[in-house]
Design a protein around this ligand. Structure first.
Ligand code: HEM
Length: 173
């Protein structure tokens, strides 16, 4: 109970107007970008699986899909790092660690979400780089499918969906 009061007092601190606007803007972008990350990964997986299934050659379009999926994930990574630096949630975690650790929502965003998403983006980066370097079309599709599928699974688990048991946030801000 006391912890909840402490936390709500902390969130209501008179933050600079600019800081608040930046935080709100970043949250909106970070939330919206999640849909682009998911759509690009799903499109990549459909492309890679259909390429494997139909035994077709790895076209320029396939290559662009591989490339843009990694780029979108990197843009989301930058947005996430900026949000981490601005968020009152992670700030509370840094400044009141003992109390924050008892609130799962706060630990989720400050540790679990950030680490899992970093791992997923490393997997996307590696999958994209390895697929680019493979010599046969079949190997290119297979590498893309495997690494991107693993990343998608981790991202899906780490997103704070409204139905998530870890932390719930709306579908759209
Ligand atoms: C594919 C990568 C990522 C996806 C899809 C993603 C998605 C999301 C979503 C949907 C939210 C909820 C936004 C809202 O409140 O409506 C969120 C919050 C957050 N994300 Fe990410 N995220 C990703 C990567 C990252 C990374 C790499 C970091 C930090 C290094 C990060 C830090 C945060 C923080 C701190 C919040 C909570 C902000 C707050 O409520 O104050 N995210 N993320």
């Amino acid at each position: 109970m006391t912890q909840n009061i402490l936390i709500s007092m902390f969130f209501n601190l008179p933050l600079l107007r600019q800081t608040k606007i930046m935080y709100q803007t970043l949250t909106v972008y970070h939330s919206l970008l999640r849909w682009l990350v998911l759509l690009s990964l799903i499109l990549s997986l459909i492309t890679a699986c259909s390429g494997l299934w139909k035994r077709r050659s790895f076209s320029k379009t396939d290559n662009a899909i591989r490339h843009w999926t990694a780029t979108i994930a990197h843009i989301q990574l930058i947005a996430g790092i900026l949000l981490y630096a601005q968020s009152p949630v992670t700030r509370f975690f840094r400044e009141h660690n003992a109390e924050a650790r008892q609130q799962f929502d706060i630990t989720f965003f400050s540790v679990i979400h950030a680490i899992l998403m970093l791992v997923a983006i490393v997997l996307i980066t590696m999958g994209s780089a390895l697929s680019k370097r493979r010599h046969t079309d079949r190997h290119k599709f297979r590498t893309m499918a495997l690494w991107y599928a693993l990343a998608l699974l981790i991202i899906f688990i780490a997103i704070p969906w409204p139905f998530s048991p870890f932390a719930a946030r709306p579908y759209i801000r």
